[in-house]
Write a new protein. Structure first.
Length: 361
């Protein structure tokens, strides 16, 4: 009799477990279908249609990247390294309506090693291209966009790839307000604020007020943290190096948050926001594949590179050896060989402060 009761209880337990597992499978399948639907709606807006080849106004690319093919329209289905130009644009009311890219990063993603390498480019870095006039780094996307918006991404990534000796596979643009919304969508970010920050500008509504220390920041606070440069409220002003490090911290934290359970439950909202705020030349098929396979694509380690620099009004000038070493690291991570003559050419197109141990050219 006891055996009969035990068997009956076991059957009930197994039946309940089976129902729970079945319900979970249905929920997971439904959520995957929901994400696919959201991705399908958003990616048509995020992924730019295949653009015409870069125009002659952009410098020709130095060499093809191992992961690039033609105009990068081919779907990348293997684990070869990929190179990116990441840019943030401030289009808030009161910001002047410019398309200046006030956040810029060169990035290499190596799916095989689950590693990402980041180098922030100071927005005020002086670039001296042979085919265009000298300007700050944040000027050139707006220049290409105003000439021809359909080729702006292609021309910008080719231009920066040539100057920095790093062929770029894809460019990703995000509106600053989109960043604010994305951070709010995932419930904020845990950020180590490196200094007290206070700055107010009534023209565009800026009111930065952050205290030093590890803390949870909402979207507006993260945007303030990323943008902070100068103070008119008595706090210390930020160096370009510190600002770049903050940008890298936010990107790394955002990627990690999206992989958490809380972040994954908000992917639908994230995709809606990205559809309004992000533009890229990554093919739609690749984006869909990466989103659905985000856990295996997400880098487990992030290498942060910084450029030593100083202010030489009105530009930022970077240390020559430091620049060479950083580009050499990016090229190595991208699977590209480098020779010293290539690195020496950087000083011809980028304003540098010669290092004391730099060889004579």
């Amino acid at each position: 009799m006891n055996q009969t009761r035990a068997k009956s209880k076991l059957r009930r337990t197994l039946r309940i477990a089976g129902i729970c597992v079945g319900a979970l499978v249905i929920l997971i399948g439904s959520y995957a279908g929901y994400l696919y639907y959201k991705a399908d709606r958003a990616l048509g807006r995020i992924a730019a249609p295949p653009s015409p080849s870069a125009s002659a106004s952009a410098s020709p690319s130095a060499e093809p990247s191992p992961s690039a093919s033609g105009d990068n329209a081919d779907t990348q289905t293997d684990n070869r390294p990929m190179t990116f130009l990441l840019a943030g644009i401030d289009s808030r009311a009161g910001s002047g309506g410019t398309l200046n890219t006030d956040v810029m990063m060169l990035a290499v993603l190596n799916p095989a090693d689950r590693k990402m390498t980041l180098l922030s480019l100071p927005r005020d870095m002086e670039l001296k291209p042979q085919t265009l006039s000298s300007h700050k780094a944040n000027y050139y996307y707006a220049y290409f966009y105003n000439k021809d918006k359909d080729t702006a991404i292609a021309n910008t990534k080719e231009f920066f790839g040539d100057l920095f000796q790093l062929p770029i596979d894809h460019m990703v643009l995000i509106n600053f307000d989109g960043l604010r919304q994305l951070v709010d969508a995932v419930g904020g970010l845990d950020i180590d604020v490196d200094m007290d920050m206070k700055y107010r500008d009534t023209a565009d509504g800026t009111n930065i007020d952050l205290r030093k220390g590890q803390q949870e920041l909402d979207g507006q606070q993260v945007l303030d943290f990323v943008r902070y440069r100068k103070s008119n409220e008595g706090t210390q002003e930020s160096s370009d190096i510190a600002r770049n490090a903050r940008q890298q911290q936010v990107l790394s934290q955002m990627i990690n948050k999206l992989a958490t359970f809380q972040g994954m439950t908000q992917w639908g909202k994230v995709l809606d926001i990205a559809g309004d705020s992000v533009r890229t030349d990554i093919p739609e098929s690749d984006l869909r594949s990466w989103i659905l396979d985000f856990q295996s694509m997400k880098p487990e380690t992030t290498q942060i590179l910084t450029l030593d620099s100083k202010w030489v009004n009105p530009y930022i000038v970077v240390d020559e050896n430091n620049l060479r070493q950083s580009i050499d690291t990016l090229r190595t991570e991208a699977g590209l060989q480098t020779n010293e003559s290539d690195l020496r050419q950087l000083a011809d197109v980028i304003a540098v402060e010669p290092s004391s141990d730099s060889p004579a050219l």
